[in-house]
Write a protein that binds this ligand. Structure first.
Ligand code: FES
Length: 372
């Protein structure tokens, strides 16, 4: 025999019903048959119940403490780079792992606490529901919300003050931690120093008029080897980094110059007689057959480390963008749409390459205030 569906009450009639009645009505209207519904703690206030309560509260508390720790680390931990060998290097190295551990622990503890609460305090229920299509109407929405609230009430949450407080602390601290991390980047004005601001300068900028030389990375951060034109064969490419004479003997400054993400530059020697096209406003940035381009790809910032000397193409391995080294490193294939930034170079009286000045446009991918 087919079961008759219950009549659907008007919205005004719902107001007359208790929450438990509305929840039951919701089950019936949804064609839900409750096969089993049992209170997890039929005898209230037992030691086992209190133990379970403390266990859940402990996880929410761990969530809150970890979130506060993550926010504190994000704001106060010394994150600025210190070279290997310096006393502060290990402190700098801990910054990212500590942030990951504390945020990960906060999310994990919140998840475990929530699962533990559902398993230990929500009524053990087995229900069977027929599937329906289409959106929910007003009655469905109200009965569903009553079902959820009723489940919360049946689980005893209002009287489990310890869990409620710990959950509130955990969720609040996690929200605070996420908010600090999300908004922290806006605290510092990236344009505070106008044309000297970090977004528009690189390691190639001369700070007080000193020459910035092109340096080879030998694998030893303390060793300084400058580059001269005769060091490169025709068709060769070498990655170079900035060097200033005052950095000599300063191990940390030497290592930092090699590590700066905006420093790597490709120095390319085209074969003699190669036809080139210069970019408007960048005429004379080359030194004879030598051309220097930022290695930071204008697509998403990967290192464009490959130079194919037969075709004079620079290749980015990430998404296969190709740039024409004879045509001011203009993109000719792949997703990149901007040319690689070109570094103006020259050779000093002693025959060493140096940068005439910093790049004249931001390197790498676009950002919202970029003009070129
Ligand atoms: Fe170079 Fe995408 S980062 S092609």
């Amino acid at each position: 025999m087919t079961q008759q569906p219950p009549s659907v009450p008007e919205a005004a009639e719902l107001d007359e019903l208790s929450r438990a009645d509305v929840a039951r009505l919701g089950s019936k209207l949804d064609d839900v048959e409750i096969v089993q519904l049992a209170d997890r703690w039929p005898v209230k206030g037992t030691r086992a119940e209190k133990r379970a309560e403390r266990g859940v509260a402990m996880w929410f508390t761990i969530c809150g403490l970890s979130s506060l720790a993550a926010a504190g680390i994000f704001v106060f931990w010394p994150w600025e780079y210190h070279a290997p060998g310096s006393t502060d290097h290990w402190i700098y190295q801990l910054y990212t792992p500590l942030l990951g551990i504390t945020m990960g622990l906060a999310v994990l503890a919140l998840g475990i606490g929530t699962i533990a609460y559902v398993k230990k305090f929500m009524p053990a229920e087995i229900s069977v529901q027929q599937r329906h299509d289409g959106p929910s109407d007003e009655v469905d929405r109200r009965t569903f919300s009553a079902l959820v609230t009723e489940a919360g009430a049946t689980s005893g949450l209002p009287r489990r003050k310890m869990i409620a407080r710990a959950a509130g602390f955990g969720a609040g601290a996690l929200g605070l931690g996420l908010g600090v991390v999300a908004l922290g980047g806006f605290v510092k004005n990236p344009w505070a120093q106008d044309n000297n601001s970090a977004l528009v300068t690189t390691g190639w900028k001369s700070i007080s008029g000193e020459k910035v030389y092109l340096r080879r990375d030998t694998g030893d951060p303390k060793e300084v080897v400058l580059v001269r034109p005769e060091d490169l064969d025709a068709g060769a490419m070498e990655t170079v980094f900035p060097y200033r004479h005052w950095e000599q003997g300063d191990e940390e400054a030497l290592a930092r110059a090699l590590r700066r993400s905006d420093s790597p530059v490709m120095l390319i020697r085209l074969r003699p007689g190669t036809q080139v096209v210069q970019r408007k406003g960048q005429e004379g940035f080359n030194y004879g057959d030598f051309w220097a381009y930022s290695k930071v790809c204008s697509h998403l910032g990967c290192p464009t480390s490959l130079f194919e000397q037969q075709t004079n193409r620079i290749l980015c391995p990430c998404h296969q963008s190709q740039f024409d080294a004879t045509h001011y490193a203009k993109p000719i294939f792949g997703p990149a749409t901007r040319a690689l930034a070109q570094l103006p170079i020259d050779v000093d009286d002693e025959g060493f390459f140096y940068a005439r000045h910093d790049f004249i446009e931001p390197i790498g991918p676009a950002y919202w205030e970029r003009k070129s």
